[in-house]
Unconditional design. Structure first.
Length: 727
């Protein structure tokens, strides 16, 4: 990027030219804030003669910092002397030079502990407190350590604020011990970088004075995402020259669960004198129809500055809303639309994003994208079958197919927690070797192979449950057997917390059960080994081209990114908005901000989908459309019953803004494929599933049930399935 003030619009120029004092820029999505920030740094150096050494720019991600650094370097000389960094890297740099002044127990070579390092420290504390493998205590302690540090209170205040929390009497001493261990290891955690820097400035005013004198001009990006301590650090660093330029958008604050406080934008005026405020409302990313949709939604939030995004772009494609029968129809609609835009309208796979509120919704999309040979990658979580809770369930099932599978056994023998650690496994292995048994065989026969009562007690209950289930393995339908395995081994009991992570894991297990039910329905008479074979194929997608993939992601994972076409899926009450937000105005406003972020990722095409029924919380249930759809003016007009044979059709909806007349009219060309060439009994070759035989075709010729060797029956849309007729 070259330095060109004329490339800025009038509002950006107004903010640029005011160099001194406290300045707040409320910048809507896609309004060119990065261009403004980089031009401001260049303007200070080129036009005002400010030394790069005296400029500090703070952002929230390394990606954003690197991008800003590259842009400024292309504009002016000496840009390498500007401090452009994240809050945490800035603090680490300051502490490397000064931490010994705060506490002599530290030296400048301190280690920054990763999450895995912290887990080991917490496990050490568990041992010291005789908590053993109490997973609940470990999670509780990890939560309180993070919460305590993000709130930046004293331990006494934190204890008082949380006096009704479970085990708080044990948690406070454990936190103290945690701090002692880190200090004795000359280590800090991620939160400590901020806390210790702030404490350094408090205890060593001469060090604060040095940095506050040095940084004559300070710029902060994504100011709405700052927490209490980050705001405090900014105030301290700007205390001498008071030249502070912050850019933020309270409508995009979606990290309150990490301590972010969008109200820092409102409090900015309270902490600095003569604050000048500028609005950036011109959007360079999206079409008018998309922006009108975003504006209509976010105006329902009360806690915000009034902004109305606008663009000089034309209206573009109408925003499309679809209501589908279930998650399979939803995934088919998305897949077919992507196929059409790629094959008929010149789009690339990388132009698409499928955005979800929860990771647990990804499975149908992963399966259908795979079936239609559409390359994709998952962000904001692991691929479905690579998630720990899914691997655990599948490992249990694998042991009924192949009892020699030692890796499956080792994975699940202490899940859920049974007090079986490395020592018990080592003892079991000695018993197995002495009796020429596999590890799993020794477990199942433990009472007959040893007199050691402690070892028998550890493994006998597992062995009994397995033996009981084995008797019904060949007799029960696969879906019922899988449900019984999950119930008898208490797998769901491991995820009984009310936090989002546990809810997500439980929903993932329910999605797995739904997929097994679908497999059984489509493949009567097949068993567990066939299902596991099918799963192993579905998870084998690493060969796709990583440079050109459809993005499947949570909304949180794509903040700051943009795509030509965006699908916001799963727009149902208790999913988006999430159930815990219902009844809380503050949480609901955050959910609405999250929806706003999702909408404003789209450049040209936006698709909003919901299902009438969804397999959720262990059963198929009727779903209510998200309230956000109602706020956007979408109302159902006699939505007809739809079966799989009607997936290519769409119910009609009305919309009350921008003359959205007929939601079935879209700007892209529909795929034109002659499906009449397919006949029942034909042998076909699928690029991923191999050879199959067409079992049936719907009356309209759009869909077919195809039986694939070793995989089972798949129902596919013939228009987009990668099939070749063999005979």
């Amino acid at each position: 990027m070259t330095y060109d003030i004329n490339s800025l619009n009038d509002e950006q120029k107004k903010a640029l030219f005011v160099t001194d004092g406290a300045i707040l820029v409320t910048a809507g999505a896609g309004s060119g804030k990065t261009r403004l920030l980089t031009h401001r740094i260049a303007y200070l150096i080129k036009e005002k003669g400010i030394s790069p050494f005296n400029i500090l720019a703070i952002t929230f991600t390394n990606k954003a910092a690197n991008e800003m650094r590259e842009r400024v370097s292309s504009m002016v000389e000496g840009a390498e002397n500007v401090w452009i960094s994240t809050f945490h890297s800035m603090c680490a740099k300051i502490l490397r030079l000064n931490i010994h002044n705060l506490d002599s127990n530290y030296n400048n070579n301190f280690t920054i502990y990763s999450d895995s390092d912290i887990d080991k420290v917490i496990k050490q504390i568990q041992i010291e407190l005789d908590k053993g493998d109490d997973d609940k205590f470990r999670k509780n302690l990890a939560f309180h350590i993070s919460n305590y540090k993000n709130n930046y209170n004293s331990l006494q205040e934190y204890k008082k604020d949380n006096e009704f929390s479970n085990d708080i009497g044990e948690i406070i001493p454990a936190i103290i011990r945690y701090e002692e261990i880190l200090k004795s290891n000359n280590a800090v955690d991620f939160d400590d970088l901020l806390i210790l820097t702030d404490r350094l400035f408090e205890n060593c005013p001469e060090i604060l004075q040095y940095y506050a004198e040095r940084f004559k001009y300070i710029l902060v990006d994504e100011f709405q995402d700052t927490n209490k301590i980050q705001f405090d650090l900014v105030k301290k660093l700007a205390s001498v020259h008071k030249n502070l330029f912050v850019v933020g958008d309270e409508d995009q604050c979606i990290y309150s669960w990490r301590g972010a406080n969008f109200e820092n934008i409102y409090h900015f005026k309270d902490n600095f004198q003569d604050v000048q405020v500028f609005k950036l409302e011109r959007n360079y990313r999206s079409t008018k129809n998309i922006l009108d949709t975003a504006n209509l939604l976010i105006k329902n939030n009360k806690s915000r500055y009034s902004k109305n995004l606008w663009t000089e772009k034309d209206c573009g494609s109408e925003v499309v809303r679809r209501e589908l029968n279930d998650e399979q129809e939803e995934a088919d609609f998305v897949s077919r639309t992507i196929y059409s835009l790629v094959n008929n309208n010149g789009y690339s796979y990388k132009d698409f994003a499928i955005l979800l509120r929860l990771n647990a919704l990804t499975l149908p999309f992963e399966e259908r994208l795979l079936a239609y040979n559409i390359p994709h990658k998952i962000f904001g979580g692991y691929k479905f079958y690579e998630r720990a809770e899914i691997k655990n369930v599948l490992s249990y099932l694998r042991l009924f197919v192949n009892p020699k599978d030692e890796q499956a056994f080792l994975r699940i023998i202490n899940f859920p927690k049974r007090g079986i650690g490395d020592s018990a496994i080592s003892s079991l292995r000695k018993v197995a070797n002495a009796n020429n048994k596999t590890l799993f065989e020794a477990c199942l026969n433990i009472e007959n192979l040893t007199d050691e009562r402690a070892l028998i007690n550890k493994f006998s209950n597992f062995a009994k449950i397995y033996a009981d289930l084995l008797s019904s393995y060949e007799l029960e339908p696969l879906d019922e057997f899988a449900s019984e395995v999950i119930e008898k081994f208490g797998i769901k009991n491991a995820y009984q917390g009310k936090n989002e992570e546990d809810i997500d894991k439980l929903m993932n297990i329910d999605s797995l059960l739904a997929s097994i039910q679908t497999f059984v329905q489509k493949n009567p008479g097949t068993g567990l080994s066939e299902y596991l074979e099918s799963v192993s194929l579905v998870s084998d997608i690493d060969s796709f081209d990583e440079s050109n993939n459809v993005t499947v992601a949570t909304v949180h994972a794509v903040k700051g990114l943009e795509f030509k076409a965006v699908f916001v899926v799963g727009l149902e009450e208790k999913i988006f908005p999430i159930s815990r937000a219902i009844g809380s105005e503050a949480d609901m406003e955050e959910e609405r901000r999250l929806m706003y972020v999702a909408i404003t990722r789209a450049e040209e095409n936006l698709f909003l989908t919901n299902c009438r029924t969804r397999f959720i919380y262990g059963k198929r249930d009727y779903m209510l459309p998200s309230r956000f759809l109602g706020e956007l003016g979408y109302t159902n007009v006699k939505p007809k019953s739809s079966f799989f044979t009607e997936r290519h059709e769409t119910p009609t909806y009305s919309h009350d803004i921008n003359s959205f007349k007929n939601q079935t009219n879209t700007s892209f060309t529909k795929a034109k494929v002659d499906t009449s060439i397919y006949k029942v009994g034909q042998m076909v070759l699928h690029t991923k599933f191999g050879i199959g035989i067409i079992q049936s075709i719907t009356s309209d010729g759009k869909c077919a049930d195809i039986s694939f060797n070793g995989i089972g029956t798949k129902t596919l849309l013939l228009e987009i399935a990668p099939l070749k007729i063999i005979k």
